[in-house]
Design a protein. Sequence first.
Lengths: 467, 281
Amino acid sequence: MTTTLLPALLSAGHGAVPLSTTLLFTGLLVSMIVCLALEEVLHAKKSVIVGAHAVVCLLLGAAFHLLPFGPIENVFGEKLNIPVYIPAIDWGVIAIILGSSLFVDLTSKSGLFTWIALKLTKASGGDPRKLLWAYGLMTVIFSAVLNNVTAMIIVGSLTGVSLKRLGRERLLLGFLLVEGLLTNIGGLLTLISSVPNIIVGRAAGISFMKFFVAAAPFVVVATILTLLLGAKLFGIHGLRDQEERDEAAEKVAGFDENDGIESPGFFWFGVAMLVLFIITVATCSVLPWVSDLGLGFVALAFALIMLLRFKSEADRHYQALDWDLLAFFAALFVVIHVMEHAQVLALIGQGVEKIIGLGDIGGPASVLVASAGFSSVTDNIPLAAMLAKILQGLGTPADSALWWAVVFGANLGGNLTPIGSASSLVAVTIIHRQGLKLSFAQFVKHALPFALLQLAVAVVYVLLVLR
Amino acid sequence: MTQIDQFESVFRAADKPVPHPEEVRFERILFVTGRSGEARESRLDALRSYLAVLETDRGAHWTIGTAESPTDLPVLLKEVEESPPDLICADRGLQGVVSSMHALGTVLECLTQATDVPVLVLPHPDERQLPATTTRVMVLTDHLTGDDRLVNCAAAFTAPDGRLTLSHVEDAATFRRYVDLISRIPEIDTDLAEETLRRQVLKEPADAIDSWRSALKEAGHGFDIESVVLLGHHLDEHRRLVEERETDLVVMNTKDDDQLAMHGLAHPLAVELRDVPLLML
C-alpha cells in the first residue's frame, strides 16, 4: 500500500525538489507551528504569525522556482491570470466560516440564543446538578449548530452570572471547565461545527448528513460520560430540601428571558432562519443548483438575508467578524500550498504512511491519538489541513476510518491543554475573568481524566463503528 | 474577548430583582402637633379622614405627641424610641423656625433622622389643608430597583380606587457629564454610547416598574399603576410631576443604607414640595 500511494502524493509537488530545499521548508513549517504554540508568549495574533510565514514561503517558493506561475484554465477553456497565492486558498472553507460567523452573529441579535439559555436556567429551578446538565447539553448543541467558540462565550457568560446569582461561586470552576471540554465534543456533531470538520469533510467528500449520522452516537455517549464525571469530580450535587429548592427557584425566577428580545418579529424571523439554515445545510448535497454552489454559498446567502434587517448599519456587524481567524485561514492555505510544492507534505506523508501501515486497528488508533497529541499543543487547524491534504494525496477512500481518526483526534486533542482549542482558551479566559486562578498545569490536571476517557471512547468508537 | 463582555452584559441585564409585595400595616399612629384644644382635634379629624385607607378592620390606634415647647422634643424622641409607632405624622414648621417656607422644622428634622419609623410630613396647617383622601399617590426615587419597602408602603397608602404613580428621574447633569467624558475618548463612538447609555438608564427603572405593576396586581391591589421614567433635573421634574398630577401624597426614601441622615436629594425635595404631604421612609 505504501509503495503504491506515495508516488501519487509526490506528484502533487509537480516536479523534483532537492531534499535540502524540502528540509528548508520543513524548518519553516516547524517554525510556524512552534510560533502558533507560543502565540500567547509572543503576544502575536495567529494571522500575523501565519501571514509572516506565508510571505516568506511565497518569496522562497518563487526563488526556488517551486510555484506554478502562469494562467489558470477554467472548464470553458478560458485562461485566467490570477496571482499564484489566490488559487492556493480553499475559498469554500473561507466562505463557510465567513458566512456562518456572520449568520450566527446576526441571529444572536434576535435574542434567540439568550432566550434559550435563560429558559433552560429557569427550567432548572436553580438546582446545580440540573443546571450542569442543562448547560452541558446547551454547550454541545450550540457548539454543533453555531461554533464552539460562540457556544463557550454564550454558556460561559451565563454560567458566571447565574452561579453568582445563586451564590454558588465555588462551583464556577467545575462548570466552566466541563463546558469548555464539552465544546470540543459538540464540535464533533456536524460537518460545520468546527473548522477541522469542514476541512477534512470537504477533502474526504463527506456529506453533512453522513457526518452527522456517524458522529452523533459518539457525541451522545461522550457528553453523558463527561457530565457524570464532571458532577463527581467537582462535587456538583442537587439541592437537599424544599427550602433550598424554593430559594434557588426564586433567585433564577428574576431572569427575564425576553429582555434581550428587541422585536418579537425579528425573534421569530431568527428562529425561522436558523431552522431553515440547518435544513438547507443538511440537505445541501441533494438540493438542485445549491449542491453545485456548496455550503459556503448557503452560509453566505443566509448571512446576507439576516443582514437585510440591519442594512443601514451593516458595517457595524462586519466589525464583529473574527478577521484574525479568516486571515489566519487564508495565510495557512497559502503556506500549505507552498509546502505541497516543496514536497514537505510528501515527506510528512512518509511518516504518516508508517503510522497507517500499523494495520487496520493500529493505523486509525495511532492517527487519532497522534492527532490528539499534536492538537493539544498547537492549533488543530494546520494539523487538519495538512493531514487532509496528505490523506487526499494518498488516495484515501471517503469511507476510511482514517478521516474519522483525524476528525476525532483534532477535536478531542483540544481538551488536553488550555491552548488545545480556541474554545478551551475562551473557557480559561472566562475562568480568569471570574477571578479564579487556573494555571496551565492545573488545567491539564483537571482536564486529563476527561480527555483520556473521551479519547479512549473515541478510539473504540472509530475502530468498532466507523472502520 | 469583547464578545464575552457582550454576552455577560446581556445576561446581567436580564437578571432583574424580583419584587416582593407585602402588606404593610400602620396600626399604631403617632400624631405630633404643636396645637392644642379644638384646633388639635380638628386637625386630627382631618388627618384621620385623609388616612382612612389605613383603617383596617381592627382600626388604627392613634396617639398624640406634644411639641408645644422645645423641652417636649427629647421626651417625644424617648417615647418613640421606647415604644416605636408604625407611623409618625407631624406638621411642618414645628418649633425652631419662624416660617415653614424653607425648612421642615426642628421636630421633623430630628424625627426623620433619629428614627427608622416612617414619618408623614404634613403641610403647615396655616398654608394648605390636607387632601380629602390618598387617591393619587406618587413614589419618587432615584433608585427604585429592588426597593420593596418603598413600594409596599406606598401601596398601603393608596386608595383602592386610586392611582399609584411610580416615578424615576435619572439625573440629566450626571448623564451629560459622562457623555462629555466619553466624547473625549477616541476608542468609544460617542453617538452610539450616548444612545445606548440613555436607553439602558431608562430601561432598568422602567423594567422594575413593570415588574412591580404585575406583582401588585397579582397581590390583589385594585388601584391603577402609572409608570413615569425620564431623564432630567431631579428637583424640577419631581416638582412638575407632583403638580401636574395633583398628587395627594408623595412617598420617598430619605436614608441611605449606611447613614441615618437624610440623603442628598431627600432634603431639598422635602423643602420644595411643601404643599403636599410627604411620606418619608
